[in-house]
Design a protein around this ligand. Structure first.
Ligand SMILES: NC(=O)C1=CN([C@@H]2O[C@H](COP(=O)(O)OP(=O)(O)OC[C@H]3O[C@@H](n4cnc5c(N)ncnc54)[C@H](O)[C@@H]3O)[C@@H](O)[C@H]2O)C=CC1
Ligand SMILES: O=C(CO)COP(=O)(O)O
Length: 334
């Protein structure tokens, strides 16, 4: 592996994904500081070298140091930002005073801010205008990555040279970042697939079968593509790891929190009960509303995402939403 000037990396967010990325970057030879909001996570990582609250059962490199103090990140040469989408603004505002101008900030959350309808790059650009932004997204369950199973992701940065440095800094043979300059496109797939995964979970919970799930995934990809292109994404990015790749993974596995949430809805559980029983984040629940508002503003038809939004917002029951989708007039495929 080539030498990289980015030897000290901070990871913001001690959830499952931040911990997995800290683990992979440590494996790539970087010195890692992991910022976590919860003192119990900081203690568990520093003392037991395991994130018992969010990524139990996976041993972490003892060299990973956790902190809940932003001031301790001052020496970081790059930051992987892994706070959930709806908290990205507040966490970035807390971090910004401690950031050196020009520090690379790699956005790893998958979602759209509900209140503003803004992408993570827009939110981070407002709260940390001096940072150099990049996006990391793709089909990658935290547990798979932390265990060192082979995975590949998209790393998008408008500054191609910086993107290449980031790839060198965190890539290892079993965690393969593919470089892109399409920062907008790389954010669309991760956000929209979480909404579509809820739909696929509902289909599974209803025991509608594999054919129905495949149809929903393919028609969902059409919605993702229309939405992404209207927001400026390149079609090739949407067909890549961060788009179609992540859609296939998340719609096909109950290891996905979004898919499993949909599954429970399909089985008849209430959203309140499902969310009340988990501490992990299911981003599609919050992004569905933002997607539908943006789609309406741009005049884009997204019937599957709309059905999910209607169910999540209580506007329709699961069975009514399914009946409405199936009653849509036959139409051209594109
Ligand atoms: N877990 C995974 O396999 C993957 C997750 N992601 C994305 O990474 C992001 C983070 O997800 P996970 O690490 O899985 O989270 P998680 O579900 O494991 O943990 C929840 C996280 O939310 C944080 N949190 C809760 N309330 C908060 C608040 N008020 N302010 C700030 N932070 C708060 C917690 O500190 C914790 O880091 C999400 O956008 C997710 O879509 C992306 C790829 C894979
Ligand atoms: O984004 C993910 C895998 O690429 C994780 O999906 P969930 O958040 O639905 O678990």
């Amino acid at each position: 592996m080539a030498d990289t000037p980015l030897s000290r990396i901070a990871v913001i967010g001690g959830g499952a994904w931040g911990t997995a990325l800290a683990s992979v970057a440590a494996r790539a030879g970087r010195k890692i500081t992991l910022w976590a909001r919860e003192e119990e996570v900081v203690a568990a990582v520093n003392k037991g070298h395991e994130n018992t609250p969010f990524l139990p059962g996976i041993a972490l490199d003892p060299a990973i140091r956790a902190t809940s103090d932003f001031a301790e990140l001052a020496g970081a040469e790059a930051i992987l930002h892994v706070a959930p989408a709806q908290h990205l603004r507040a966490v970035t505002a807390g971090l910004a005073p401690h950031l050196k101008s020009g520090t690379p900030l790699v956005l790893c959350a998958k979602g759209i801010e509900t209140a503003s309808g803004k992408l993570m790059s827009e939110v981070a650009g407002e709260e940390a205008p001096e940072a150099r932004l990049a996006v990391l997204s793709g089909p990658s369950f935290a547990a798979d990555v932390a265990r060192g199973l082979p995975t590949a992701v998209t790393l998008a940065c408008a500054d191609e040279a910086l993107g290449a440095q980031l790839v060198e800094a965190i890539g290892v043979p079993t965690f393969r970042p593919y470089l892109s300059t399409d920062v907008i496109g790389a954010q669309i797939g991760g956000a929209v697939k979480n909404v579509l995964a809820i739909a696929c979970g509902i289909v599974e919970g209803k025991a509608f079968g594999d054919s129905a799930r495949a149809a929903l995934t393919a028609r969902g990809f059409m919605e993702m593509s229309r939405f992404g292109e209207a927001l400026g994404a390149k079609p090739a990015t949407l067909k890549g790891l961060s788009g179609l790749g992540d859609l296939i993974l998340t719609c096909g596995s109950r290891q996905s929190r979004n898919m499993s949430l949909g599954f429970a809805l399909g089985e008849g559980k209430t959203l309140e009960d499902i969310l009340g029983a988990r501490s992990s984040v299911s981003e599609g629940v919050y992004t569905a509303e933002a997607v539908m508002r943006l789609a309406a503003a741009k005049g884009i038809g997204m019937p599957i995402c709309e059905a999910v939004h209607n169910i999540l917002s209580g506007k329709s029951g699961v069975d009514d939403a399914i009946a409405a989708l199936l009653a849509r007039p036959f139409t051209n495929e594109d």
